[in-house]
Design a binder for this molecule. Structure first.
Ligand SMILES: Cc1cc2nc3c(=O)[nH]c(=O)nc-3n(C[C@H](O)[C@H](O)[C@H](O)COP(=O)(O)O)c2cc1C
Length: 245
């Protein structure tokens, strides 16, 4: 039997450590093409999001104190403005510089490898379906209309909060966005980026009196199929359900 130390987790950490030698040593990955920073679905119907509502909230200290992963929601829908506010909090653009647009959440090298898709279950004025968040245009792009809540729940190991959620955030990684620069070490950074985004979402949801729970447990390829990504160049890495309490 192999020791856990020979398993892929320990090997990955070992092989992607920086030390004073490895940081300058050339790896053998060959040239890696740099993909665009933004993804859009030019042929899909686009829904412009309303402006986020920056309503007065409790102090940050109270919100951090209240933050919990909440899994039980009512079936009351959330509004488009609430959804827009959550998307802005998670990944909205806050500063435009000549070559970069910076966002609410930090990203290694400002490369922003994480894309957001939404499973919409109960959002006022928005049809059920799977949508992509176009960060640059602050808009949603339709991927597939229809009620995917059951399908998505089963893909998330039958976790009932997916079915109950008004919306399910599905985060993917476009791996080459980070890999062209950070090579194999990119996987560390991609998951750190996703963690920052999810934390922003959960803190904002808490501030707005909503429930939110992140999820790492799901059948990857089933989720990839639902959102129609290939699972190689782009693959689902993290989910979060949000709903009214
Ligand atoms: C990376 C990650 C993956 C998680 N995956 C799940 C999950 O699949 N299902 C679930 O019910 N909770 C999941 N959680 C929520 C944790 O169970 C929760 O954060 C933990 O119990 C601590 O509780 P708190 O968030 O309320 O402080 C996940 C949290 C993280 C950070």
């Amino acid at each position: 039997m192999r020791s856990y130390k020979e398993g892929i987790a320990c090997q990955y950490l070992k092989e992607t450590k920086y030390d004073r030698e490895s940081i300058i040593r050339r790896d053998d990955l060959g040239p890696i093409p740099r993909p665009p920073v933004y993804k859009d679905y030019l042929d899909s119907p686009k829904i412009t999001l309303p402006n986020p509502a920056f309503e007065k909230i409790e102090s940050l200290w109270d919100i951090l104190n209240q933050r919990r992963s909440r899994r039980r929601y009512t079936s009351e829908p959330i509004s488009m403005t609430t959804l827009a506010t959550l998307l802005w909090a998670a990944q909205g653009i806050t500063l435009s510089a000549p070559n970069y647009q910076f966002r609410t959440a930090p990203s290694a090298g400002a490369l922003y490898p994480v894309e957001t898709y939404l499973g919409i279950h109960h959002v006022s004025d928005l049809k059920h379906g799977i949508y992509h968040f176009n960060v640059l245009d602050f808009a949603l792009e339709e991927i597939t209309l229809g009620n995917f809540s059951e399908h998505l729940t089963l893909a998330a190991l039958d976790q009932a909060m997916v079915r109950r959620g008004a919306v399910v955030f599905i985060w993917t990684a476009i791996v080459l966005r980070s890999m062209w620069k950070y090579r194999n070490r990119c996987i560390r950074y991609i998951f750190m980026d996703a963690g920052h985004i999810a934390q922003n979402l959960q803190v904002a949801a808490t501030a707005m009196g909503l429930g939110c729970c992140p999820m790492g447990a799901f059948y990857d390829e089933e989720v990839n199929q639902i959102i129609r990504v290939d699972g190689e160049e782009e693959t689902a890495i993290y989910l979060a359900a949000v709903g009214n309490l």
